[in-house]
Write a protein that binds this ligand. Structure first.
Ligand code: NAD
Length: 434
């Protein structure tokens, strides 16, 4: 099928490449000239495991092309997938400006019937709004249906998730349009759930809010573990063995970040408020998450006292491993707070140092490697569980610090190995009962 993808970010590019890989003829369009130039040259503009290789194959097979012209991308396309960003706006609700631009462009340039598939995460009612907006701008007598198809992929495992997703949600008010979208995905063999558009939109927010709730819940339990002398990993394992609970998203630490959970939780709270409902659990989830971000700093102050002039090394800056995404990374809040408290901050991330430079305060020093970051530091925070940090051989590097005191915000280091090197180790949620 001939398909257009609008937006070549983490979602759009991965979707485009994967749809090409299952045999579709895909054209991706983006307004970012630099990104388009890179993609035209076969370069993936961000870090996502496995994507480079797959992109190279699809370009070679001539099933995937890139353009800056919406009109060229839409020409002859039976389906137009919208995957533009919907970042948090100043009122806390998603900023839909890019989506509105695309809807206008579709109306003004579309010359054939098409199904518009909204993959971007959008508030309930947006699919109807987009359908009306396109209809208002149509200049040719074509039929356009709008289908909600929220995306559930995880950055860092985006290609795998696209091929092995748990479900594909198709929210449509038109049966034929829903069937067309199902046919596009059919080669993947992933279970499909058909709903109305509003339910599909809400499924995305409810899913992310639930996962965020699991994280904040286990972080509260971790707080109790520290106070009651229990061990969070054992508690989480015991809970997770219950199939009704499930083992995933029960890792305690410095809380969730990234481009989705914080903004989607905020948006769902906003939708609840607009509908006249106070979503109490989710309000607490957000509060707990913010508190967790400052947890290591509280522990650090408890251990070292005044932070003026203290050199603190941050290992890992991206919001999670296997991505270079710095959006809403806990490292940002942590670095800013440490600086305000008079500390010197030095950071290192295996892949996101360049992106981090654009978003971290200029006073944060960036080191080319972990060894350089740790040299002469008074304390180290592990903020992202990159595999590099978890290797047993890595522990030796902590001895380069002025005083080897490590606060592990992801509980990813091996306490026994650190102990062998004489390193003082502070994980999350492992209490001692004396
Ligand atoms: P992103 O910021 O990485 O990419 C968005 C792309 O859209 C950019 O390349 C931008 O230049 C392009 N764009 C903006 N306006 C455009 C226009 N008028 N025409 C063409 N292109 C345009 O965003 P992302 O992380 O891929 O997220 C996209 C959407 O998917 C968001 O709504 C997000 O909430 C949702 N989502 C993201 C993830 C994730 O892990 N990143 C997962 C699930 C859902």
């Amino acid at each position: 099928m001939k398909i257009a993808i609008v937006g070549t970010g983490y979602v759009g590019l991965v979707t485009g490449v994967c749809l090409a890989a299952i045999g579709h003829d895909v054209t991706c369009v983006d307004v970012d000239e630099e990104k388009m130039a890179q993609l035209g040259a076969g370069i993936v503009p961000f870090f996502e495991p496995g994507l480079d290789e797959l992109l190279a194959v699809q370009r070679q097979e001539r099933r995937l092309s890139f353009t800056e012209s919406h009109e060229a991308a839409f020409s002859g396309a039976e389906a137009i997938f919208i995957a533009v960003g919907t970042p948090q706006g100043i009122d806390g609700m998603p900023d839909l400006r890019a989506l509105i631009e695309v809807a206008r462009a579709i109306g003004l340039t579309l010359a054939n019937d098409a199904v518009v598939v909204i993959k971007s995460t959008v508030p309930v009612g947006t699919n109807h709004f987009v359908r009306e907006l396109i209809a208002e701008h149509l200049v040719r007598p074509v039929t356009v249906q709008v289908v909600s198809n929220p995306e559930f992929l995880r950055e860092g495992a985006a290609v795998y998730d696209t091929f092995h997703g748990d479900r594909i949600v198709i929210g449509a008010d038109d049966e034929e349009a829903a069937r067309l979208v199902e046919a596009i995905y059919q080669p993947l063999g992933i279970p499909v759930l058909h709903t109305d558009t509003r339910s599909a939109e809400l499924i995305k927010y409810a899913s992310n809010a639930f996962l965020a709730t699991k994280i904040s819940f286990i972080n509260e339990i971790a707080q109790l573990c520290e106070r009651l002398g229990a061990t969070i990993e054992d508690v989480a394992r015991g809970m997770g063995m219950d199939a009704r609970i499930g083992e995933k998203f029960l890792r305690a630490g410095i809380g969730y970040g990234g481009s989705c959970f914080p903004k989607d939780v905020k948006a769902l709270l906003g939708m609840a408020e607009l509908s006249g409902y106070s979503f109490s659990i989710l309000q607490a989830v957000e509060r707990v998450n913010y508190r967790q971000r400052l947890l290591l700093i509280e522990k650090l102050v408890g251990r070292l006292g005044d932070l003026h002039g203290k050199r603190i090394a941050l290992l890992g800056l991206a919001f999670k491993p296997d991505t270079d995404d710095m959006r809403e990374a806990p490292s940002l809040t942590i670095a800013e707070t440490l600086l305000k408290m008079g500390a010197q901050v030095v950071g290192y991330d295996p892949v996101s140092n360049t992106k981090a430079r654009h978003v971290l305060p200029p006073a944060v020093e960036l080191a080319p490697g972990a060894e350089e970051a740790l040299g002469g530091a008074d304390a180290a925070f592990v903020l992202t569980e990159w595999e590099e940090f978890t290797r047993p051989s890595f522990a030796r590097l902590f001895t380069r610090m002025k005083a080897p005191i490590v606060f592990d915000g992801r509980n990813c280091l091996d306490a026994a190995v650190l102990g062998e090197w004489g390193i003082e180790y502070h994980p999350v949620g492992r209490g001692a009962w004396v």
